[in-house]
Design a protein around this ligand. Structure first.
Ligand code: F6R
Length: 365
């Protein structure tokens, strides 16, 4: 059932090109018109919305962070993102002008479901992004966008996350083009690029030997730090969660600009830092941050776009993602981070598919 792979996690990492295609292509028409199943997001529906709230847990929350970026950028609607266990207890400001988006692979997560009910009770329109047809969250939502990742068995989420990202981009672009807040040219440019992602992700998964080698040398750390800015920080959070949940190494992701406000105190000789530097307008800032941690002895593995070879002067090792539009990098940059977490956990002899203390679906609070 693992199709020749040693673990479900690595099998599911390899299934991502297909999962992305299966989620994307049924929604795209010949002229790039987006067909979002039967989700009610007409121009009139959108006029009634003055705010979007995205709520989820764990990895799905990290997809929500990228969703916030995409919706604010393309659709120019203010977006709030929260973890479900916080949202439901903070008497959130939600009303009938709110579009509430619940993101959940399983569609059964107790806190996400409770948050959905809380928002619905306050009059919000509820859209679910989920991978499981007929799940509780899909049944209670007004509208559903299904990710077509296929069954995800490994506790650590991989292909569910990348398809949730595709979902967020499609929803954001669809809102933007209807509202007229994104130009037709930009809209087409992004969708054309997204269509190349099946291939680009496939190519990235093939870099696994380079990553395995890095893992063989970097498996013995006590602490790992992920740094990045903007959507790179969102991806760093996902990479960090992946690593800690399957390898049991303490890890933390922080916005790179926050380093000097505290966390840099923890960097010492040999500390592993994963630095994401995929964003053109933030590239020089990231180079400085890399130099800061290097000056304190860190070993830096950077993730950058092909073409930005300058980074080799600052970092100890570089993993390249194919050149792409800055807006879409999370779908690519997360792949090496998934692989790194996987190979570090394997090297440490951990039970990768069933990490201790964790359940695939958290149906109790
Ligand atoms: C991490 C992971 C968890 C889930 C979280 C939400 O790899 O799998 O953090 O993402 O428990 O689960 P769903 O998406 O089913 O609501």
């Amino acid at each position: 059932e693992k199709g020749g792979y040693e673990h479900f996690m690595i099998k599911e990492i390899h299934e991502q090109p297909k999962a992305i295609k299966d989620t994307l292509s049924p929604r795209l028409g010949v002229n790039n018109e987006i067909e979002l199943d039967n989700i009610k997001l007409s121009k009139e529906d959108l006029e009634k919305i003055n705010k979007v709230v995205i709520v989820a847990c764990g990895t799905a929350y990290h997809a929500g962070l990228v969703g916030r970026y995409a919706i604010e950028k393309f659709a120019k609607i203010p977006v709030e993102t929260d973890v479900a266990s916080e949202f439901r207890y903070r008497d959130p400001f939600v009303d009938d002008k709110t579009l509430f988006i619940a993101v959940s692979q399983s569609g059964e997560t107790a806190d996400t479901l409770a948050a959905l009910r809380e928002a619905k009770g306050k009059g919000a329109r509820v859209l679910a992004v989920t991978n499981v047809v007929g799940s509780r969250i899909s049944r209670e939502a007004d509208d559903v966008f299904y990710t077509w990742a296929g069954p995800e068995i490994a506790v650590a989420s991989t292909k569910a996350y990348t398809t949730q990202l595709v979902a967020m981009y499609l929803i954001a672009l669809n809102m933007g083009i209807k509202k007229g807040t994104i130009s037709k040219e930009k809209y087409n440019e992004i969708l054309e690029e997204l269509k190349t992602y099946q291939q680009k992700v496939e190519k990235l998964v093939e870099t696994k030997e380079q990553i395995q080698e890095l893992a063989n040398r970097q498996f013995n750390n006590q602490n790992v730090f992920y740094i990045g800015r903007g959507i790179d920080d969102h991806v760093g959070k996902e990479g960090s969660l992946k690593l800690k949940e399957i390898s049991y190494i303490h890890s933390e992701a922080i916005a790179a600009g926050e380093l000097k406000h505290g966390t840099i105190a923890l960097i010492e000789q040999g500390t592993l830092v994963i630095a994401l530097a995929t964003q053109e307008h933030l590239f020089d800032k990231m180079l400085s941050n890399i130099k800061e941690v290097k000056a304190r002895g860190a070993y830096v593995i950077a993730v950058a776009k092909e073409g930005n070879e300058e980074i080799e002067e600052a970092a100890d090792a570089v993993i390249y993602i194919p050149n792409t539009l800055d807006e879409l990098t999370p779908i690519l940059s997360v792949i090496p981070l998934q692989l790194l977490a996987y190979y570090i956990a394997v090297t440490r002899g951990c039970d990768v598919d069933k990490p201790k203390n964790l359940a695939k679906s958290v149906t109790v609070e």
